[in-house]
Design a protein around this ligand. Structure first.
Ligand code: GUN
Ligand code: FE
Length: 385
């Protein structure tokens, strides 16, 4: 076989970053509106912004900026929340497809507990729009796939969850949502759904929570946050093979708390990193790597000394092979893995000594070289730039 050969000289070459959780419509207010906790933040800033995506001209303007920046960065694959709007979600998927990046994109479902303009009229309308959306995009793109996206339990009636179960069974598509992110949210879920012993059980009840051996289904599922998951909830995630998207920047910004990542790693839970823009201020998974290390240190120091801080190699694993597993054989240069790669030029960082490759990688990530140092990027063997 005759394959091209490139010489990137002394550059660093390593697997692309995986973002298991990001909100494309919130990209417009990233780095702003950082003064509230989750539920107030949603009502005051997030819902009013997401309302605007009814207008396709606005959606196009905003989503172009999002996609352009995702393309430039170190992320090769991502799980993306759009809004509840069908047409704007299709538009976002078309733009993502043109970028060459690989993604799951979800039209959000939400039929209660949001602003009048954003909430969907009824469970039936939400389901109808979801059918229309899936039929428009399923199998249409090579790199961009639909993912079922109930916003979270507070925003979804029982009837809607029941209809989403049917839709999931009909199409077999994966699921993404939020789980046990903040104390206020969890209290609210307890009040709305007293019949469920823990939050995750409310998703599991509708077979939207990973594998279910009882009915022999395997729904690939990723849940963002899991900051406050109970032992029972963690046990079920483990049993069902549910992925955790750990989003440390968001958990700090919204003062949600610190997810016990050492505990999850010890248990062998499936975990990757998420930026959770705009809860997180930046789409940089380099930043998520360093944040995840730093918050694990605070957890160990201030919360529980049984759980040692995670180290750089573990956080790098989460950002690549950990999250990559959601996409298949992804996140490593081992044979039979899909080739996602970042070529990074760190020659701008001078040093009085000769550094080894591992030292250079750690330094480039801590010093945010994804902002200016990316020289080339490959996704599944295709060169993006
Ligand atoms: N829970 C429900 N919706 C959201 C959202 O948009 N961001 C975050 N961080 N949590 C949520
Ligand atoms: Fe989120």
């Amino acid at each position: 076989i005759n394959l091209p050969l490139y010489d990137f000289k002394d550059s660093l070459i390593f697997p692309g970053m995986i973002d298991l959780h990001i909100h494309a419509p919130q990209y417009s207010f990233r780095g702003m509106c950082m003064d509230l906790e989750l539920m107030d933040w949603l009502n005051s800033y997030t819902f009013p912004e997401e309302e605007k995506y009814e207008d396709l001209d606005y959606a196009e303007k905003a989503y172009k900026i999002f996609v352009e920046n995702m393309k430039k960065g170190a992320t090769t694959r991502s799980c993306i929340f759009a809004t509840r709007h069908r047409n704007a979600t299709i538009l976002l998927m078309e733009l993502m497809e043109q970028s060459g990046l690989i993604s799951y994109v979800g039209k959000v479902n939400m039929d209660r507990e949001a602003s009048d303009k954003l909430v969907e009229e009824s469970a039936d309308v939400s389901a109808y729009e979801t059918f229309g959306w899936i039929n428009a995009v399923n199998g249409k793109f090579q790199n961009t796939k639909p993912i079922l996206t109930p916003r979270f339990i507070p925003c979804c009636t029982d009837k809607l969850m029941e209809e989403l179960r049917e839709i999931q069974m009909a199409y077999g598509i994966p699921v993404q949502s939020h789980l046990s992110e903040s104390k206020g949210e969890i209290e609210f879920v307890k009040m709305l759904r007293p019949e469920n012993p823990f939050y995750g059980d409310a998703y599991n009840q509708y077979d939207l929570f990973g594998k279910n051996d009882d009915i022999d289904t395997d729904v690939k599922t990723v849940m963002a946050h899991c900051v406050w998951s109970s032992d029972e909830e963690v046990e079920l995630m483990l049993k069902n093979g549910v992925y955790v998207a750990h989003c440390p920047a968001s958990n700090m910004n919204l003062t949600s708390g610190i997810a016990p990542i050492r505990k999850y790693l010890d248990l062998d839970l499936k975990i990757g990193l998420g930026s959770d823009v705009a809860g997180g201020q930046s789409e940089s998974i380099f930043r998520a790597i360093t944040d995840s290390i730093q918050v694990s240190k605070m957890y160990w120091r201030h919360v529980n000394q049984n759980y040692k801080p995670i180290v750089f190699s573990e956080a790098f694993f989460l950002a690549t092979k950990g999250g990559g597993e959601f996409f298949g054989k992804v996140g490593s240069f081992e044979s039979d893995y899909e080739f996602d790669a970042i070529v990074l030029d760190d020659s701008c960082l001078e040093h009085p000594q000769q550094l080894n490759v591992l030292q250079r990688l750690e330094r480039a990530i801590y010093l945010s070289l994804d902002v200016q140092g990316i020289f080339a990027k490959y996704v599944n063997g295709n060169q993006i730039f």
